[in-house]
Design a protein around this ligand. Structure first.
Ligand SMILES: [Zn+2]
Length: 130
C-alpha cells in the first residue's frame, strides 16, 4: 500500500462508523465474569471508556479481519512493546494483553490480565499532512 492508499483507506473506513468495543461485549465474547471484577456502575463505565478505543471484532464489515487491508487470514507477531502485536498483512498494531493498571491507575479493577486480541478503532488514527 502506498501512503496515499493508506490515507484514503483510513478516511474511507472512518466514514463507516464501525462499532466500538464495550465491557458488555468483552463479557459476551470472551469471559463471562472477569475474575475479581465487581460490576458496579462506576467500574463498568471505566471499562467502557478503556475499550472504546478498540474496534468490535465482530463488526459486520470486517468480522475479525483487518480493517486496513481486508485480510481475513491474519497472524500476529509480537513487537518490542509488551502486550502489543502486529499483523502479517499490513503491520497494523493489535493490543492483546489488557492489564488492570492500564485500564485504571487508581484502583485494581480485576485480577490478572485480559487476553483479548483487539484492533484499535479507526477513529483513533490520524494522518500527518507532511
Ligand atoms: Zn492488514
Amino acid at each position: 500500500m502506498t501512503k496515499e492508499e493508506t490515507i484514503n483507506k483510513i478516511n474511507e473506513v472512518k466514514q463507516m462508523k464501525l462499532p466500538h468495543m464495550t465491557y458488555a461485549k468483552v463479557k459476551q465474547y470472551h469471559y463471562g465474569n472477569i475474575l475479581g471484577f465487581e460490576e458496579t456502575e462506576e467500574n463498568i463505565k471505566i471499562m467502557d471508556e478503556y475499550f472504546y478505543r478498540f474496534l468490535d471484532p465482530k463488526n459486520e464489515q470486517f468480522k475479525n479481519g483487518c480493517w486496513v487491508c481486508g485480510n481475513k487470514d491474519i497472524y500476529l507477531s509480537w513487537g518490542i512493546t509488551h502486550g502489543i502485536a502486529h499483523s502479517n498483512c499490513c503491520g497494523l498494531s493489535y493490543n492483546v494483553l489488557h492489564y488492570p493498571k492500564d485500564i485504571c491507575k487508581d484502583k485494581k479493577l480485576f485480577d490478572d490480565c485480559l487476553k483479548i486480541i483487539l484492533q484499535y478503532h479507526p477513529e483513533g488514527f490520524e494522518v500527518r499532512k507532511d
